[in-house]
Design a protein around this ligand. Sequence first.
Ligand code: MN
Length: 270
Amino acid sequence: MKYAIPSWDIPSVPVAGTDFAFPVRHIYCVGRNYAEHAKEMGGDAAKEPPFFFTKPADAIVPVVPPAVADVQYPMATKNYHHEIELVVAIGGRGAGIAPERAEALIYGYAVGLDMTRRDLQSAMREIKRPWDIGKSFAQAAPIGPIHRVAEVGHPKRGRIGLEVNGTIRQQGDLSDMIWDVPHMLHFLSQYYELLPGDLVFTGTWDAFAGLAERHNGVWGGCWCTWFHLHPDPPERREIGNREFKRRLVEQGRTHAALVFDGDVAVAWAQ
Ligand code: MN
């Protein structure tokens, strides 16, 4: 293919335990899929159907522990939020999928951040305009490696959380989702044909918080997440989260799936 302008690499996410990368086609995100977050955002926690928004593929920032990632602070916001979420990687194809057939389409799972310019999202929502500018922009979806279903199965419960500078900022349990992954894919596939390479961010739950005090143009310190694809391994209870995470990374067992660590310099775009 001869392109009229210089081309770029297909955005992709490394697959844990392999030399392969998962090419990213389209990023879907689910809004308000945990009761607490729905309340925080002024919604009803009852089981109304999930709703969806999207991010562009250039939102992907793959992060493989113990490597670190530089993420730009985006333009035009003063209130930049993180939402830590389970991410579903689609390997099959289908539309109008019944919930009981949905898991057959899943290639694997990762943990990722739905980064949000909350002030822009809120302002657009108030005047009933689309809030894409709050959600869809470059580097708005940092993500850890994809763990294959063949390795980890389909996690239904298990803790998922985010630390910022050593302080737990978000933590929850996958079992608290309002809609489980099969039902989410069922709803989503009423509107879009799911295709290999699609990612689905499955929503966050509570206590998201702003990241964003300025520190002379640099975020120092640690920004990392931990995520257990299996519920509460006894080992973790014995030695504590921090030590458990350190050992996993040291052993190359990257259940601590997404890590920003060390002296991460973040360029401010403003
Ligand atoms: Mn979200």
